[in-house]
Design a protein around this ligand. Structure first.
Ligand SMILES: Cc1cc2nc3c(=O)[nH]c(=O)nc-3n(C[C@H](O)[C@H](O)[C@H](O)COP(=O)(O)OP(=O)(O)OC[C@H]3O[C@@H](n4cnc5c(N)ncnc54)[C@H](O)[C@@H]3O)c2cc1C
Length: 438
């Protein structure tokens, strides 16, 4: 697929963020791309769909400054990233106004100043947090592969764990700390908190996700000759006699499977059985997003963090909330995110929404203006049972190149990161680089 060679035909199966990234990279490398998706629209798990006159995302997404490849891809396909996101240095602030606020600037001094200035965290916890961070940094952010996050932090005071590590773990890995991979969390900390300046900045979408990549990327691809096949669930891939691949009977020089792990496992069950069983064995964690309307209310900041055990005995399903009015997306509308939500999926929507309403009533008691539950109406609930793979210790993830001429892209493919948009976008680039090298 080089510009000097005749254009090669590439099938990209799946138009989520991994598939779109793959298709853009392949087009740049001179391939003629056919992009399939079983859905009618591109975007996969990070898409938006209409609801009550709004374009609601499949679930509230947060990006961070360290998502360099994602932001570069957006710019490449014509997205104005500065307009598209509300950006600020990391702040995990709860309704009482307390929490961690990092100043801007180089990562290490910003982290140290942020932690030292975290006045409601006991001094012992602040110093222990800095000592742990220093040790992790000196150790190159490496730890035994079989450690959980809880094991990594067993000597960290509970206050520091609850206030920082637990929320970061569930936000980034979507896996509870007792089950989550310490090595993957350390990699995230390294990239986000201890990388180049701005890595820890929060980027909150001010546009529906569809406008931030899937729509513009598809337009870019089509203007560069990609054939878009929506509503097309690929049933078979098979090697062709004499080289190349057949995708549902159509000939291609190469294929990238950018579909879900489950679908990739099905498509490769007989061609690469070992790869297929690794992909099929992945476990998943759900995310529930609840949108509530509260007329006339504005939060002091766009993103709110909810402490797990704010009121003993009172369930606290949501870890984060977003004021979509403040973000310019939807007035009077709040998105509440429940990550690692297996317990709440089991309890059912009604219980979850009730518990959430009680949580908010308590969390905002005493704040001005108050959260008045009697004024709240439910706009939507979206449950993604397989939101991300469960990011557990020692996890064996499927490789990106199971067969010659066939690569795989997706947030679940072997790599150092959890299931994120950045992981998906990087995997697309790596899939094309792998095919080019081969
Ligand atoms: C509720 C929720 C909240 C999240 N929050 C965040 C966040 O805050 N930050 C973050 O970075 N990440 C977040 N994520 C994770 C992020 O959305 C994913 O990591 C990313 O979207 C994965 O992209 P992908 O392309 O790898 O997979 P997918 O988006 O799953 O794309 C796969 C595509 O393949 C298609 N497909 C499947 N089978 C076939 C077939 N046989 N033929 C044709 N097409 C097929 C599917 O229709 C789909 O479009 C969240 C995910 C969810 C669900």
């Amino acid at each position: 697929m080089s510009n000097a060679a005749p254009a090669r035909r590439l099938a990209v199966i799946g138009a989520g963020w991994a598939g779109l990234s793959t298709a853009v990279r392949a087009t740049e490398a001179g391939a003629r791309v056919v992009l399939f998706d079983m859905a009618r629209q591109a975007g996969g798990r990070a898409r938006s769909t209409p609801q009550d006159g709004l374009d609601l995302d499949n679930g509230q997404h947060i990006l961070i400054g360290a998502y360099r490849e994602t932001l570069a891809l957006m710019r490449q396909v014509g997205v104005d990233v500065d307009q598209g996101f509300w950006r600020q240095p990391l702040a995990l602030v709860s309704p009482d106004g307390l929490g961690l606020r990092l100043p801007g600037g180089p990562a290490v001094p910003a982290f140290v100043r942020g932690v030292l200035g975290w006045s409601e965290l006991p001094w012992r916890a602040r110093l222990a947090l800095l000592a742990h961070a220093a040790r992790w940094r000196l150790g190159g952010f490496r730890c035994p592969a079989d450690w959980s996050v809880a094991r990594l932090c067993e000597h960290l005071p509970r206050a520091a764990f609850d206030a920082l590590i637990d929320p970061l773990c569930v936000a980034a890995l979507n896996t509870p700390a007792r089950e989550a991979s310490a090595q993957v969390l350390l990699t995230v900390l390294k990239e986000a908190l201890f990388g180049p300046p701005g890595g820890a900045d929060l980027l909150l979408p001010r546009r529906p996700l569809q406008d931030l990549l899937p729509g513009p990327a598809l337009a870019w691809l089509q203007s560069h000759g990609t054939l878009w096949r929506p509503g097309c669930r690929v049933q078979h891939v098979a090697p062709q006699a004499g080289g190349g691949w057949q995708v549902d009977g159509e000939a291609f020089d190469a294929v990238v499977l950018a579909c879900s792990a489950i679908e990739a496992a099905r498509l490769l069950a007989s061609l690469a059985p070992e790869w297929s069983s690794t992909a099929a064995a992945l476990a998943y964690q759900p995310i529930v997003t609840v949108w509530l309307r509260h007329p006339g209310l504005h939060w002091p900041q766009a993103m709110m963090s909810f402490p797990a055990q704010a009121t003993p005995g009172l369930p606290a399903p949501a870890q984060f909330g977003f004021d979509l009015g403040r973000l310019g997306l939807a007035p009077d509308t709040f998105a509440l995110v429940i990550s690692g939500a297996a317990e709440w999926v089991a309890r059912g929507t009604e219980d979850t929404v009730q518990a959430l309403r009680r949580q908010l009533q308590h969390a905002f008691a005493g704040s001005t203006p108050a959260w008045q539950d009697e004024r709240v109406s439910l706009l939507a609930v979206r449950t993604e049972k397989r939101a991300t793979f469960a990011c557990t210790p020692d996890l064996h993830r499927p490789s990106a190149s199971p067969l010659p001429g066939l690569a795989v892209a997706g947030d679940y493919v072997a790599g150092p990161f959890p299931a994120t948009l950045e992981g998906a976008v990087r995997s697309g680039r790596l899939a094309i680089e792998g095919l080019l090298q081969a």
